[in-house]
Write a protein that binds this ligand. Sequence first.
Ligand code: ADP
Ligand code: ZN
Ligand code: ZN
Length: 815
Amino acid sequence: MYFIDVIIPIPLQKLFTYRVTHAEAEFLKTGMRVSVSFGKSKIYTALVFSVHNKVPLTYEAKDIEQILDEVPIVNTKQLKIWEWIANYYMCTLGDVMRAALPNAFILESETIIKGGNGVFDESVLKDDEFLIYEALQHQSSLKIHDISNILDKKTVLPVIKRLLEKEAIVVEEEVYEKYKPKLVRYVKMHSKFSSEKALHDLLDGLNRAPKQSKVVLSLFSISSKTKKPVKVSDLVKQSDTSSAIIKTLIDKEILEEYFIQTDRVVYSGEDTETSKLLNTYQQTALSKIKSLFNTYNTVLLHGVTSSGKTEVYAKLIEDTLKQDKQVLYLLPEIALTAQLITRLQNYFGEQVAVFHSKYSTHERVEVWNNVLNNERKAQVVLGARSSIFLPFHNLGLVIVDEEHEQSYKQFDPAPRYHARDAAIVLANMHGAKVLLGSATPSLESYYNAKQEKYGFVELLYRYNNVLMPDIELVDIKDKLKKKRMKGHFSDRLIAEMNETLTEGYQIILFQNRRGFSPVIECVTCGHAPQCPNCDVSLTYHQYRHQLRCHYCGYNTAMHKTCEACGSPEMDSKGFGTEQIEEEAKLLFSDYKVARMDLDTTRGKHGYEKIITALEQQEIDILIGTQMLTKGLDFRNVKLVGIMNADNMLNFPDFRAHERSFQLMVQVSGRAGRTEERGKVLVQTYNPNHNILQQVSTNNYGEMYKEQMNDRYNFKYPPIYKQIKITLKHKDYNRVETASIWYAKSVRQLFGDFVLGPEAPPVARIRNQFHKNILVKIPKKQSLSKTKEAIIKINNSFFSIKDFRSVKVVLNVDNF
Ligand code: ADP
Ligand code: ZN
Ligand code: ZN
């Protein structure tokens, strides 16, 4: 008798065994997909873990439905990392499988199938494929069992798989937005002036407008020199003019504007550069990294903003490619910008592949297959968190850029993994090296470097010796007292902004909050409108004149009067990006003001469009949130204003101070990256706060020392390890009793190192009440033993009937 153990992409504690025939057993290999029925009559795509002949003892093995692959799509190294993740982050292999494979790989009963877009050549379809295709011309979507009915057979996943490959259908997730191409603005002469005569007449006519005629002449000289389309930004620079004059020429129909999409993904084959010559600091850093790689698997590169870390990475990538090995370049999702992709494509051409959650399933499957087959097109993979799951087989180097970024950690759903840490384990499996890079390393990585677990290299000078920005703290308490505030702008900030704008430079204003004003309050009785599903006040969004919940998305029109007392005076507390934008528009009405936050970047082209506009200098003042911090390289930004440092510092989290430091240093790093020294103004009620002093002197070392002291005293990571246990239930009393039971059991083993149960600041989300228990694990206590003990407690917990409906979330390294 022959059996296979499979992983099913649902949270099962164990692998599940199915029966196969002798022939199937011969054919099947670890990492191939099969379809199986599980539970009442659900069909899942499962992954073969092993082939064997041990009869399962507790149940009778069912037959598999169908084999879906001819060769494995997942390799054994991947399965090893899956196991490590399941084990370390206390989740099931099924959870990991769901996160690791592109959706199109795991068809199941619940998958929703839709017709593909655009024209399609039906003649390539077999009869059964055509039936489904045709059905989708009449119906907007089908589920697997509908397809079963149409074809009148049980095993339909292979047909669906073929249809997907032929791109005749799509799976539901593809309502996702596609990755947006970048739009660059160009100008050319209006077609009216294509004849020599018309052109002469025009230039004669422009005699009395020397500025305009200069623009026209410059346009000619640029395009005759480069023979390429002319960017508006280049023309502005060359003819030493303003975009206002260009606009006049466009309005007068002398020039014509047009946009070209510079496609980020498909490499055009032009413009390949050799990588840059490193300066001596970079050179020293590079050779030090290389020699440290002889003794360490992981090296931390602490390089100040704009020190040229990316160029150092490029050299290491070059070396790795020469050894015919693959490179994984990890970035926080949002830092995965066109800027960087273009930079790397210039060096490595078509060898660069990008793996991005905004890509369609097809594109992701394509990258997956290119990596799997070790194609030339996927030697350097640039991607966010989930790209650690790609089927590498000879990885040589992993770069984790902006390693301090919180978005490397997945919070929900399981697996709650940290991509940086998982990448280090992955690299070890391949015998590959890892370089962690950041201008503001996380305390845990810096600590690991201090402990000599990682090698450590510093880059202390900006490329070209541009000075670090000059950081000035502005005491807004004092300014308020002296009546020197206009709205949220101090007189200092306004003065600096005026100077910067007159000099023709750009400005970034940073505000660490979203929405017009986070909370609305009744002036008369103090009542603040609450979300009906969550324990949190609604926030006001001026743009849509709405009240919204940031936890569940609930929204309602702004109340005209107080629900509690009927008073018509509702006032805002705190302030957000929208309000800063309004004020900036009034204060600087001659300049173009734009805003970048989750609200403005959600739609089509959102994020890229704003960045491109800033690059092209179509924006003078950009107001934004966290998004602005992510490693962007803007040449013309000279001033950065941090509107209010205090709301970051006061955030109730043990990492609030570390994060504030990182955020402020990173935002400051956007100022004056080339030639001119940048200026940063930090507005605060607390100019003497240690973190602000450390930011203003760019003193990472001092910040590290002080924060580590706190971590030590209050038993926080990286000194202690941490597991957070969250219990959720819609009945408050049930979750209360359950969490008391749970905490008591854990406390019996770990005593004072257990905190809680405690209600989090937002104690109810989507109608579920939450309770947290925190387990702190000292260095000398075994982490794996601790987890085993918690799993035992967890199992006893679920054997209690009353607790069975409580949801328990285990989060290892929950910070
Ligand atoms: P970081 O990633 O450390 O913030 P970057 O790698 O983005 O810094 O470098 C900052 C700027 O300096 C970039 O515009 C980059 O092109 C330029 N630069 C860095 N190193 C060199 C070099 N060796 N030669 C020429 N330009 C460089
Ligand atoms: Zn009221
Ligand atoms: Zn809500």
